[in-house]
Design a protein around this ligand. Structure first.
Ligand SMILES: Nc1ncnc2c1ncn2[C@@H]1O[C@H](COP(=O)(O)OP(=O)(O)OP(=O)(O)O)[C@@H](O)[C@H]1O
Length: 270
């Protein structure tokens, strides 16, 4: 794979006074996964030697071209939904913007450190929810003082303690929805330059979804940019003003939420 092309937006576009401020520029990005052990052939030494002699590639290595030439620019204050059918490359593009996957070709410029919800706040299953709140906060760059101040707010937001004192139990005792809610609450406690949320809203119950949608709106007001990957078109409608539609790794449409979702729904027969 090529070396990561993660650069700052200022490298690409110097900000002019009074213009919209770009936070993420994705420029003709291709992302390829290399999958080892994909074939059924045996990996014997003679087979490897035969491949060297005949110059054939290893049949056990497959390449998956997950994102194909995607280009868009996100601006400060925008909430952008990313939609598309299963396997269309939505999570892959977010992971690349977060700097976790190097593009095969093309460039990604970002303003500040983008945070991918659920990855940046990787929580430890054997530790209590409470310890995870503290460690997660520190890991996101909060001071001990800030963590102390925001601790109760994070626990209340997550709703983990609504049915008893679960925050003092190890996270492995949580349902997947509870764990996702805690991850979201920790990540959302900080103001992010660029916050990326992958399906987080689909996990919580209705009350939690409402709270998270409210928090996403606040984060936008605080001048960040929010990306939301979701299969729930209502969540996207409630939260985003712009939508990028990916299909088979390609960008099919990029525009106002209503226009893109309407086209997507008639395409997928919903
Ligand atoms: N770690 C991986 N190794 C190899 N291929 C992968 C890997 N992760 C994803 N892919 C492939 O890349 C393509 C895009 O996957 P991705 O997870 O980005 O899609 P998605 O749009 O987020 O899908 P979904 O809506 O199902 O979550 C798919 O073909 C998938 O099989």
């Amino acid at each position: 794979m090529a070396v990561a092309e993660q650069q700052t937006v200022a490298d690409a576009q110097p900000a002019a006074a009074g213009t919209r401020v770009p936070t993420v520029i994705v420029d003709d990005v291709h992302i390829v996964y290399t999958v080892y052990g994909a074939g059924t052939g045996k990996g014997s030494a003679t087979a490897a030697l035969a491949r060297l002699v005949t110059r054939k590639s290893n049949p056990n290595i497959r390449r998956v071209h997950a994102v194909k030439g995607v280009t868009f620019t996100a601006y400060r204050g925008e909430a952008i939904g990313i939609i598309g059918s299963n396997g269309s490359g939505k999570s892959t593009i977010l992971r690349a913007i977060a700097g976790l996957l190097p593009p095969e070709s093309g460039k990604i410029y970002t303003d500040g450190q983008p945070s991918l919800l659920g990855v940046n706040a990787a929580l430890m299953n054997d530790l209590t929810g409470s310890t995870n709140v503290v460690l997660g906060g520190l890991a996101m760059g909060m001071s001990q003082e800030e963590v102390r101040e925001r601790y109760q707010g994070i626990v209340d937001f997550s709703g983990i303690n609504e049915k008893g004192d679960f925050i003092s139990l190890p996270m492995r005792t949580y349902s997947s929805g509870m764990a996702a809610r805690l991850r979201f609450s920790i990540a959302a406690a900080k103001n992010h330059d660029v916050l990326m949320i992958d399906e987080a809203l689909a996990t919580g119950d209705r009350a939690f979804q409402k709270r998270s949608e409210e928090r996403i709106r606040e984060l936008r007001k605080e001048a960040g940019t929010v990306f939301l990957v979701s299969h729930n078109n209502n969540s996207i409608r409630d939260t985003c003003d712009r939508v990028v539609w990916l299909e088979k790794g390609e960008l099919l449409m990029d525009g106002p939420t209503d226009d893109v979702i309407k086209a997507y729904e008639s395409h997928s027969g919903k």
